[in-house]
Design a protein. Structure first.
Length: 82
């Protein structure tokens, strides 16, 4: 994508994000063409953002105590069918 220097300055962070996504960004200044692209491409995992917990105030010890017997009975039922 080629933009003017004024547009590049105005939308710097948006254009850098586009470059990070793999789209080279070019602009000309005083007759010199500049190309913006990351030196190394970030991994897809690096782009992941943390998600909030579904139940941040949950009592995990109680949930573990309640769920383990239920899970074990389901496993035993499944294994008995093999």
């Amino acid at each position: 994508m080629r933009v003017t220097i004024a547009k590049f300055r105005q939308d710097l962070f948006k254009l850098v994000e586009r470059a990070l996504d793999g789209e080279p960004v070019e602009f000309a200044y005083r007759g010199v063409l500049f190309k913006v692209e990351p030196k190394t491409k970030p991994s897809r995992l690096a782009k992941l953002t943390a998600q909030a917990l579904l139940a941040p105030n949950a009592d995990l010890n109680r949930a573990r105590r309640d769920l383990i017997p239920e899970m074990q009975s389901e496993w035993e039922k499944d294994w008995s069918e093999l």
